[in-house]
Design a protein around this ligand. Structure first.
Ligand SMILES: NC(=O)c1ccc[n+]([C@@H]2O[C@H](COP(=O)([O-])OP(=O)(O)OC[C@H]3O[C@@H](n4cnc5c(N)ncnc54)[C@H](OP(=O)(O)O)[C@@H]3O)[C@@H](O)[C@H]2O)c1
Length: 244
């Protein structure tokens, strides 16, 4: 039996547990299980019986804390400073960031090939760092929007000068605003200044059409939620665990 799994805390609503359980069944993948390892602190990782584990996902709150415990880091995970996949090879551990790959693939399906504008990234948490790295690697210039003044724009600044968003035709929500059950919440943007040339990418996937996406679509923007990214990062995890 090959054991894969997820570390994090708490793990009450795990997408990965359900996803891999269904994948093993649907694709008739034999002798594999996906287990949840809720760890109250990161020390619990040291105590896991690693010789019995074929691969792990890492979720909140350990995506950054796990790094000192790993033998090696993939170059993207290193640049981002966060790990959500651990590969076990010959007793050694290597950390990867599959959010990077999930977002990059999904964005390439969503944006037109000749997209030439700039991007706004809303939020400055862990997911925002992976998105920044993708945009850097795709040579899409970007600015960061935060509630804190230490970044490029605050929401107040954008609302005071709505014309700013004409120059940023890709807007990516990496805040949790709008996630079920607080489905009416959305980032505080001057939505009326949007055009049909705008692309709205929401990392939130529950509900499938968020208030951010609705407000974008109402004002002509094209929209996508975070489900394709989520599935993409899970499939990338599987690929990482099963490559030699
Ligand atoms: N689809 C996927 O595959 C995928 C993958 C990863 C994450 N996600 C989703 O992406 C979201 C962010 O994840 P994360 O790990 O980066 O979370 P996080 O570390 O909690 O950070 C989110 C950022 O959002 C901003 N924010 C938080 N509350 C806010 C509020 N009330 N109003 C305005 N801004 C607020 C904050 O930035 P400032 O303090 O700078 O404003 C914060 O740093 C979550 O909903 C997560 O489920 C989806």
């Amino acid at each position: 039996m090959k054991t894969y799994g997820l570390i994090g805390y708490p793990l009450d609503h795990s997408f990965s547990g359900k996803y891999f359980g269904e994948k093993f069944e649907k694709e008739n993948i034999q002798n594999c299980e996906y287990r949840l390892f809720p760890l109250e602190n990161i020390q619990g990782f040291v105590n896991l019986e690693k010789q019995k584990i074929a691969g792990l996902n890492v979720t909140i709150p350990y995506k950054e804390q796990i790094i000192p415990y790993l033998d090696e880091l993939d170059s993207h995970a290193k640049a981002i400073g966060a790990v959500n996949v651990i590969q076990f090879i010959n007793g050694k551990t290597k950390g990867y960031n599959s959010d990077y790959y999930g977002f990059k693939d999904s964005l390439s399906h969503f944006l037109p090939k000749d997209f030439k504008s700039k991007a706004l990234i809303l939020g400055t948490g862990g997911a925002s760092k992976a998105i920044k790295q993708v945009l850097t690697d795709l040579s899409i210039p970007f600015k960061i929007v935060s509630r804190k003044v230490a970044f490029d724009f605050t929401y107040e600044e954008l609302n005071a000068k709505p014309e700013i968003i004409q120059d940023f035709q890709l807007i990516i929500n990496t805040t949790p605003l709008g996630t079920y059950p607080k489905v009416e919440e959305k980032p505080d943007l001057p939505y009326e200044a949007l055009t049909e040339n705008h692309y709205f990418y929401d990392l939130v996937y529950n509900p499938s059409e968020t208030a951010f996406m609705k407000a974008g679509a109402t004002n002509g923007a094209k929209t996508i939620n975070g489900l394709e990214m989520l599935v993409g990062q899970a499939e990338k995890s599987w690929e990482i665990w099963n490559k030699n």
